[in-house]
Design a protein around this ligand. Structure first.
Ligand SMILES: CC(C)(COP(=O)(O)OP(=O)(O)OC[C@H]1O[C@@H](n2cnc3c(N)ncnc32)[C@H](O)[C@@H]1OP(=O)(O)O)[C@@H](O)C(=O)NCCC(=O)NCCS
Length: 335
């Protein structure tokens, strides 16, 4: 009997870290006052219940790929890396309006990163942290030396402006990071999961088949606000706590807490549940950016670093959570 040949094992870097971050905010600022009439609301109600003062909307002809490209170029510049060095592009979004091909493959081409592997991630507001987890594993596993991770949404295309539960929450934008090899750990173990029993809690209201059959004109995103609120407040703080424990970091050692920008009240509840010491900077980008789903964490990270609110090289706890329901959290070293 002949012996089977042995496959050469993959070999990667000892560790991975984030090298650069970039963010793109569309030009148009949409204040609460523009939205209140259609939903019989008020600027005060929206500020009190969500913490949102304004959000950005992309121009009608501005696409998910356009926004992703702007954020990605900034991240590559910040990392000092040529696009040709990227081995894989992971793009988290739920608002790329083509079932196929991926937004990632067009982005890869536009950046000059071809033939990098390219794929989209559908994990809604947890998508960016899923991307960070996968990229870190890819770098350590040897499937890519550098990975571009993008979170991008054009939620204005999928928001029903007459829906009181969602019209004021969502915004548009893109954030990106470059992840690559490192001698020291820059991405902690990821705590992630899903709960498909709550598949209905946030979702595209109707399927594309219903659109085809004329049962609806357009499938907007809908949300059971209170269900999501309770889930986020009660179930997500323990996930963030586990990510800290697995990284061997205590809350008082953090330099920043960058949770998904879902709702300011959810952020405040998580701070309490985590017993986060008062001096630790917390991302509150939602006030001027709204909830940009997959883009919210990298956008908030970019702002905190740019404004000097969080230190380069500091430790940050990230947690994304949303439709699926799905979630992912990890501690990272800021670029
Ligand atoms: C959407 C959200 C702000 C609504 O707040 P809420 O307190 O749950 O609102 P409710 O639906 O219970 O309604 C409470 C009251 O406000 C009113 N209301 C609801 N929407 C309103 C609006 N947009 N403007 C003004 N009043 C509104 C309701 O009519 C109700 O009035 P009543 O007490 O007189 O009956 C809240 O549920 C939320 O933030 N959920 C989480 C959403 C989220 O973060 N999603 C992203 C996760 S990725």
């Amino acid at each position: 009997m002949t012996e089977r040949p042995q496959i050469s094992p993959p070999s990667g870097a000892p560790h991975a870290r984030i090298y650069g971050v970039g963010g793109y905010r569309p030009e148009r600022v949409v204040p609460n006052s523009e939205l209140v009439e259609a939903i019989d609301s008020s600027d005060q109600w929206i500020r009190e219940r969500s913490g949102i003062v304004s959000r950005r909307w992309a121009a009608p002809d501005e696409t998910v790929v356009d926004m992703a490209e702007a954020a990605a170029r900034q991240a590559l510049d910040a990392a000092g890396l040529d696009a040709s060095r990227i081995g894989a592009v992971l793009l988290a979004t739920v608002t790329h309006p083509f079932q196929t091909p991926s937004a990632a493959s067009l982005l890869t081409h536009r950046l000059g990163a071809t033939p990098a592997a390219a794929m989209d991630i559908s994990a809604a507001c947890a998508g960016f942290c899923h991307g960070v987890a996968l990229a870190g594993d890819m770098v350590r596993g040897g499937s890519a030396e550098y990975v571009l991770v993008v979170g991008v949404e054009k939620l204005s295309d999928f928001t029903d402006l007459s829906d009181r539960g969602t019209a004021f929450i969502f915004g548009d934008g893109a954030g990106a990071v470059v992840i690559g090899p490192s001698d020291t750990p820059g991405i902690g173990p990821t705590v992630w999961g899903s709960d498909g029993e709550q598949w209905d809690a946030i979702r595209q209201r109707e399927s594309w088949i219903a659109v085809r059959d004329g049962k609806t004109e357009w499938p907007h995103i809908t949300m059971a606000g209170q269900t999501v609120f309770r889930w986020a407040v009660w179930q997500m703080a323990p996930v963030a706590q586990q990510a800290l424990e697995k990284a061997g970091i205590s809350a008082d050692q953090l330099d920043a807490f960058i949770p998904h920008q879902a709702n300011m009240r959810i952020i405040d509840s998580m701070i309490k549940a985590l017993h986060l010491p008062p001096g630790i900077p917390v991302a509150r980008d939602i006030a001027e950016t709204g909830n940009t789903s997959a883009a919210s964490i990298p956008l908030a990270m970019e702002r905190m670093l740019r404004e000097g609110e969080a230190p380069h090289g500091g430790l940050a706890l990230l947690i994304g959570f949303g439709a699926g329901l799905s979630y992912a959290a990890q501690v990272v070293t800021l670029p």
